[in-house]
Design a protein around this ligand. Structure first.
Ligand code: ATP
Length: 285
């Protein structure tokens, strides 16, 4: 028997680092937006052979218990007291080490599939388990647009419907480790934000106002990434000069997303971008 679900990606429309903790984690205030594109597909097979096996469609991705999806399965087995006999297959579309949460999303997908089948853990227990695997994993258990605080595990779901603006995401096809991005964060940027951007961002999402969203994007990790990788600044400038209302790096990068005024303008921007840059991957949402 096999169970299968999509494993979506995310962008951070807003990411403020509030504090560096002694354990090297960072306290954040961030706004996660789930994306349908790109998404991986995670399939869980119940097999006869004891153990946990993980394989993926992407060469070079860690397999078995080195893979975050395998670690999630092992953690679930331990906490739920189950002897595992599972094979996990990941069809990979989300670029790796891209700031789009691919590994975290895969881990959450495994936890959801296992708990759907076994039903051993409460949603609180599942969320606690998710956090032991990584700061972004709890978000993907629900995958709804959310403000996260703490190290990314305390959620606030804004009331009312939120309308995602037309956007595209550009991945420059090289990885950046989240560790590098956080280590190179400008220390003077760390701290509370009194600009009210996050509030305005939420209001703009409620009003279905792409310009209001575009005007209030923020990422504390971006400055160091633009400095280290000049291609990212070139890409951002191209997006701004070719119709984007605004563009910013998502999470720890290096993917950049552009917010557009309409689907037609987004599609036009997509065509210009594909014509001008060969070695990038573009995702349209
Ligand atoms: P985040 O936005 O959560 O920091 P990311 O998109 O920057 O995520 P990932 O794609 O999750 O980063 O990958 C980070 C590292 O985790 C890579 O070095 C990769 O080899 C490893 N990894 C382990 N399992 C997976 C998985 N299932 N998918 C992607 N990467 C994985």
């Amino acid at each position: 028997m096999a169970l299968s679900i999509p494993s979506r990606s995310k962008i951070n429309l807003y990411l403020k680092v509030l504090k560096r903790r002694p354990d090297r984690y960072h306290e954040l205030e961030t706004l996660f937006l789930p994306l349908d594109t790109p998404a991986d597909r995670v399939t869980l097979d119940f097999v006869d052979t004891p153990g946990i096996r993980v394989c993926s469609s992407l060469a070079g991705l860690p397999e078995n218990l080195e893979n975050l999806a395998g670690r999630a399965a092992l953690a679930y087995a331990d906490m739920a007291g189950i002897a595992p006999a599972w094979s996990i297959r990941i069809e990979k579309e989300i670029p790796v080490a891209a700031g789009m949460g691919g590994g975290s999303s895969n881990a959450a997908a495994v936890l959801r599939l296992l708990n759907r089948h076994y039903g051993k853990l409460s949603s609180e227990e599942l969320a606690d388990l998710a956090l032991t695997l990584g700061a972004d994993v709890p978000f993907f258990l629900h995958g709804r647009a959310a403000i996260a605080t703490g190290i990314g595990e305390v959620f606030h779901y804004p009331a009312g419907k939120l309308y995602a603006p037309p956007l595209l995401v550009v991945n420059p096809q090289f990885p950046v480790s989240a560790k590098w991005a956080y280590m190179n964060l400008d220390p003077e940027q760390i701290g509370e934000d009194s600009s009210g951007k996050l509030k305005r961002l939420i209001n703009a999402l409620r009003r279905n106002d792409p310009k209001g969203v575009a005007d209030n994007l923020h990422n504390d990790l971006a400055a160091a990434l633009y400095r280290k990788f000049p291609l990212l600044a070139i890409l951002r400038d191209f997006l701004l000069e070719n119709g984007a209302l605004n563009a910013e790096i998502t999470g720890s990068g290096p993917s950049i997303f552009a917010v557009c005024a309409s689907p037609a303008e987004r599609d036009e921007l997509c065509r210009s971008l594909a014509g001008a840059f060969r070695a990038v991957t573009i995702f349209v949402n």
